[in-house]
Write a protein that binds this ligand. Structure first.
Ligand SMILES: *Cc1c(COP(=O)(O)O)cnc(C)c1O
Length: 387
C-alpha cells in the first residue's frame, strides 16, 4: 500500500460532540455521512458516530443507505436519504429501513405503494425550496398539494419538514432572511392541514457555526410542537468554511475553533535523486532546476486525488515530510509527484510523506485548486484505515 488515509475515530467523535454542543443539546444533530462520509468512509463513520450516540445519519442515496444499514444492523439509528427524486427506489428504501427526503405528490404515491406492499407505515421528510432551486417543493400551491396528499395518507407519515440554505456561511445574508420567511410560510401551511411533524430542520455546519439560524429554527419548531434539527457534515470531519460578513453580521465562528481534522492522507517516497542545475522536471518541462537539488518521488498523483493544480507554477502546493514542507516540483503526474527535499535531512526510499494532515490542510489544497475543502476531501482515493 503506497497511498492511504488514516481516520481518527476519536477526533470524529470529538467533532460530533462539539457540533452538538454548539447547536444546542435541545437540537437534534443529524450527522451527514453522504458521499462516502466526505471521503472518510461512510460505513466507518456510521459505526463510530452511532456508537458515540448519533441518532440520525444522512446518506446520499439508497445504495449508500443500504451499506450503512448493513454496517449498523437494525438498531435505533435513523438514516435519512438526502438525495431524493428516484421513484424506483421506494421499495428498497422501505426494505432497508431508510427515511427518504421527498417533495412531490408522485414521490409520496411511490412511497405509499411500497409501504402498503410491505404492510408497514413509513416516515418521510418533506423538503421545501426556499432559494436553492435544487430539491424541494415551492411554498404555496405546489406545497399545498403535497401536504394534502400527505395528510390523507394512511401509510406515509410526514416526520420532518426541512429546507436548505444557499448562503449559511454569510452572516446576515439577504437570502437567509428570504428563506426564513418562506420556510415560516411553509410551516404555517403544514400546521393548517393538521400535520404534526416531529422535526423541523434547516441548515448545515455553517448555520451552527454562524448561529443566528439555530435560534430561529428552535422557535419555529417549538411553535409547531416539533424538535429542531440541524444537518452537519463538514464540521464532523474537522472543517468549517470561514464566516463571511453580510449585511451587518458579526462573522464570529462559534464552532470552527472547536473542531480538528479527522483525516490524514499519506504516501511514501519511492526514491530520492540529486540533480544538477539545468535539469528539467515533469511534463512540459515547466520546472528547470536553478541550482543543485535533492528531489523525492512520491507514489501519488492526480488519479489518487492529489490535484494537478498543486503543480509548481500553478497552485505551488506542498506535502509534509519529517514535519517540514516539501514543495511540489513541476507538474503533478497521474500516479507520481516530485517534491523538493533539498532542505530536509534523512529522506530516503520508504519515508512517509503527508499529502494532507498536520501542516497541510484541506483548505490549502482547496486554495491551490481554486475550490472548497468539501471537493478536496471527497476526491481523495486510497484505502481507509480507522485509527
Ligand atoms: C450536504 C448537506 C448538508 C451538510 O452540509 P455541511 O456544510 O457539510 O454541514 C446539510 N444539508 C443538506 C441538504 C446537504 O445536502
Amino acid at each position: 500500500m503506497k497511498n492511504w488515509v488514516e481516520i481518527s475515530g476519536a477526533r470524529l467523535v470529538e467533532n460530533f460532540r462539539a457540533t452538538r454542543a454548539v447547536a444546542g443539546n435541545d437540537v437534534e444533530t443529524l450527522a451527514v455521512i453522504k458521499a462516502d462520509g466526505y471521503g472518510h468512509g461512510a460505513t466507518i463513520c456510521a459505526t463510530v458516530l452511532a456508537k458515540a450516540g448519533a441518532r440520525w445519519l444522512g446518506v446520499t442515496d439508497v445504495e449508500e443507505g443500504a451499506k450503512v444499514r448493513e454496517a449498523l444492523g437494525e438498531g435505533a439509528t435513523r438514516v435519512l436519504v438526502m438525495r431524493g427524486g428516484e421513484l424506483g427506489d421506494a421499495a428498497a428504501l422501505v426494505a432497508n429501513g431508510l427515511t427518504p427526503v421527498m417533495w412531490t405528490v408522485e414521490h409520496v404515491s411511490a412511497m405509499e405503494k411500497a409501504a402498503r406492499a410491505a404492510g408497514q407505515r413509513v416516515c418521510i421528510h418533506l423538503e421545501v425550496d426556499t432559494g436553492m432551486t435544487r430539491q424541494g417543493v415551492t411554498v404555496g400551491d405546489a406545497l399545498q398539494k403535497v401536504l394534502e396528499r400527505l395528510a390523507e395518507s394512511r401509510w406515509v407519515s410526514c416526520e420532518g419538514v426541512m429546507t436548505h440554505l444557499c448562503c449559511s456561511e454569510v452572516a446576515g445574508a439577504k437570502t437567509t432572511v428570504v428563506a426564513q420567511k418562506l420556510f415560516a410560510e411553509a410551516l404555517a401551511q403544514v400546521a393548517a392541514v393538521g400535520l404534526k411533524p416531529d422535526f423541523v430542520h434547516i441548515g448545515n455546519t455553517s448555520a451552527v457555526d454562524e448561529g443566528s439560524t439555530m435560534q430561529w429554527v428552535r422557535q419555529q419548531a417549538k411553535a409547531l410542537g416539533a424538535r429542531a434539527m440541524v444537518r452537519a457534515g463538514l464540521s464532523l470531519y474537522g472543517y468549517c468554511l470561514p464566516i463571511e460578513i453580510g449585511g451587518g453580521g458579526t462573522g464570529d465562528a462559534r464552532l470552527q475553533p472547536k473542531v480538528k481534522p479527522v483525516l490524514t492522507w499519506k504516501t511514501c517516497v519511492l526514491g530520492v535523486s540529486d540533480v544538477e542545475a539545468g535539469t528539467t522536471v515533469g511534463y512540459g518541462a515547466t520546472f528547470v532546476a536553478e541550482r543543485k537539488m535533492r528531489l523525492a518521488l512520491l507514489a501519488a498523483g492526480y488519479a489518487d486525488g492529489f490535484r494537478r493544480e498543486a503543480s509548481s507554477g500553478l497552485g505551488n502546493g506542498w506535502v509534509m515530510i519529517g514535519g517540514k514542507r516539501a514543495s511540489v516540483v513541476g507538474r503533478v503526474s497521474m500516479n507520481l509527484t516530485v517534491v523538493d527535499v533539498s532542505d530536509i535531512e534523512g529522506v530516503a526510499e520508504g519515508s512517509e510523506a503527508l499529502l494532507l494532515g498536520d501542516g497541510v490542510g484541506a483548505e490549502d489544497h482547496a486554495r491551490w485548486a481554486g475550490t472548497i475543502p468539501y471537493e478536496i476531501l471527497c476526491g481523495i482515493r486510497g484505502t481507509r484505515l480507522l485509527r
